[in-house]
Design a protein around this ligand. Sequence first.
Ligand SMILES: *[C@@H]1O[C@H](CO)[C@@H](O)[C@H](O)[C@H]1NC(C)=O
Ligand SMILES: *[C@@H]1O[C@H](CO)[C@@H](O)[C@H](O)[C@H]1NC(C)=O
Ligand SMILES: *[C@@H]1O[C@H](CO)[C@@H](O)[C@H](O)[C@H]1NC(C)=O
Ligand SMILES: *[C@@H]1O[C@H](CO)[C@@H](O)[C@H](O)[C@H]1NC(C)=O
Ligand SMILES: *[C@@H]1O[C@H](CO)[C@@H](O)[C@H](O)[C@H]1NC(C)=O
Length: 437
Amino acid sequence: MKLFAILLALSSISCRVLATGGLNGLPVLNGPIPIAPLITGSKTRVGDFVHPGLWHTHDDLERIRDGVLQNKDPWAKVWVNFSSDSYSQASYEMQGPHAVLCRGSCSNYTSFTNDVRAAYQNAIMWYVTKNQSHWDRATTIIDAWGTNLTNIIGTDTSLLVGLEGDMLANAAEIMRWEGGWVEAGAEWYGGSGFSNQLYWLFARQSIIIGQANYGMVSIKALLSFAVYLDDVAMYNYALYAYLNEPCAGLYANIDAKTGQSAETGRDQGHAMGGLGWTAEAARTIQSQGTDVYGEGNNLLLLGAEYTAQYNLGYDVPSFDPTFYRCEAILINGPWAVPSNISRGISETSPQVWDILYYQYVVKRGINSKWLTKAKQAIDSLGGEEHPYGSSPDDHPGWGDLLFSYDSKCTCRNDNSLTIWGGGSIGPNGLGNINAAT
Ligand SMILES: *[C@@H]1O[C@H](CO)[C@@H](O)[C@H](O)[C@H]1NC(C)=O
Ligand SMILES: *[C@@H]1O[C@H](CO)[C@@H](O)[C@H](O)[C@H]1NC(C)=O
Ligand SMILES: *[C@@H]1O[C@H](CO)[C@@H](O)[C@H](O)[C@H]1NC(C)=O
Ligand SMILES: *[C@@H]1O[C@H](CO)[C@@H](O)[C@H](O)[C@H]1NC(C)=O
Ligand SMILES: *[C@@H]1O[C@H](CO)[C@@H](O)[C@H](O)[C@H]1NC(C)=O
C-alpha cells in the first residue's frame, strides 16, 4: 500500500517534469485545450482575429509613429531615449541562439532575455523609421531563436515562456503583419521555425496556469500566442480564464472589496507585477475588440489605486487577511498585514504605471488620484524605460511611447487598415490586407 502511494507520487513528479516541454522528438502536450464557454469577446471563427493584435494594433502603431514624426508629446520626448537605447540599435549584437534554456534553479536565459528585447525594440524602431536595418535585426533574431531553441526546462519554465516568449511574439506579430516577414522554415508541409516553436514549445506549455500574478503571466501570454497563431480554442480558453480562473484570473488577483492584490501580503514587487500583467492581458483583449479594463466596475483600476497608494508610502484604508493567493503556503503565506518588502516606486520596481495611467486616466478620462501620483513619481525619476536588473522583459516599459494616448478616445482597432506584406495604403485609406504586393 505504502509502496503504491510512493510510486504514484513519483509518477506524478515525472509527469510534471515531462510536461515542461521537449521539442526534440515527440512534442509533449499538456493535454487538450479545454473548450471554454462562449462569452462576450469569444472568437467563433479564425477570421475573427485582428492583426496585428497583441499589445499593438495597426492604429496603435500609427499613433506612435505619428507622434514621433510630428514631434508631439508624450511620444517625442521618450523617443529620444528609446531610439538611443542599446536594444533599439540595428547594430545590437545577438547573444544567442541556444538550443536549451532553463529558468529555475539552473537559470541561464539572459541571452534570450536580451535578444528578445532587442527584437521587440527593433520591431518598433522599424515601424516608426521604416529603416530596413531594423527590419533585418528584428527578423534575424526571431528566426535565429525560432529555429534553434528546442527546449525550456526548470520549475519556472512558465515564466520564461510567458514573459520573454510573449515579448518575442509581439515582435513577430508586428514584423509579420506590418513588415511582410515570412518566418524561416515556413513550408506547406509543416515548418520548423518560429510559429512551430510558439505552438509546441510555448503555447502548449503555458496551458498549465499557476496562481495569482504567476498565473496571470500565463493567461496574458496565452492570449498573445492564440492571436498570433489564429487559434480560436486557445484564445477563448485564455479569455475565459482571464475573467473566471479561480486562482489566476482578474478576480483572483484583485479583491473586489478592498482593491488589494492577492500578493499584497507577500511583497510589493509581485503585487505591482500582477497589475502590469493583468493590464497587458487586457490590452491584447482590447486589440481584439473587447473591453475588459471596465470589467468589475473598473476593478483593475481599483487595484491600481490601492497598490499605488501603499507604494507611494501611504497607509491603505483596509486589508482583508482572508483575501490571498491560492498556494500561499508555497511562499510563507497567508499574511496578516500588507508587506513592506520591495515597497516603493523606483526605477527598479515593475514598470506598470504608464499602461494603467494612459488607459484609465487619459483614454477614459477617469480621475484616479493615486495612479496619477504614481505616474508622476515614476516620471520624476526619468520615466519608464527598459527595466534594469535581472528581469528586464517582465514588462515592456517605455509606456509614454508604447501605451500612450494624448486625449480621451475610442480609438479604432480595425484590421482592414493593416498593410499586409509591407505594401502601401490602398484606395479609401485601407490597407491591402492579405493581398500580395
Ligand atoms: C542551460 O542549462 C541547461 C541545463 O543545465 C543546459 O542543458 C543548457 O544547455 C543551458 N543553456 C545555456 C544557454 O547555457
Ligand atoms: C538606417 O539605420 C542604419 C543603422 O542604424 C543607419 O546607418 C542608416 O543611416 C539608416 N538609414 C537611413 C536612411 O536613415
Ligand atoms: C540556427 O539553426 C539553423 C537551422 O537549424 C542554422 O542554419 C543556423 O546556423 C542556426 N544558428 C543561427 C544563429 O541561426
Ligand atoms: C516592515 O514591516 C516589519 C513588520 O511587519 C517591521 O518590523 C519593519 O520595521 C518594517 N520595515 C520598514 C522598512 O518599514
Ligand atoms: C532620458 O534618459 C535620461 C538619462 O537616463 C533621463 O535623465 C531622462 O529623464 C530620460 N528622459 C525621458 C523622457 O525618459
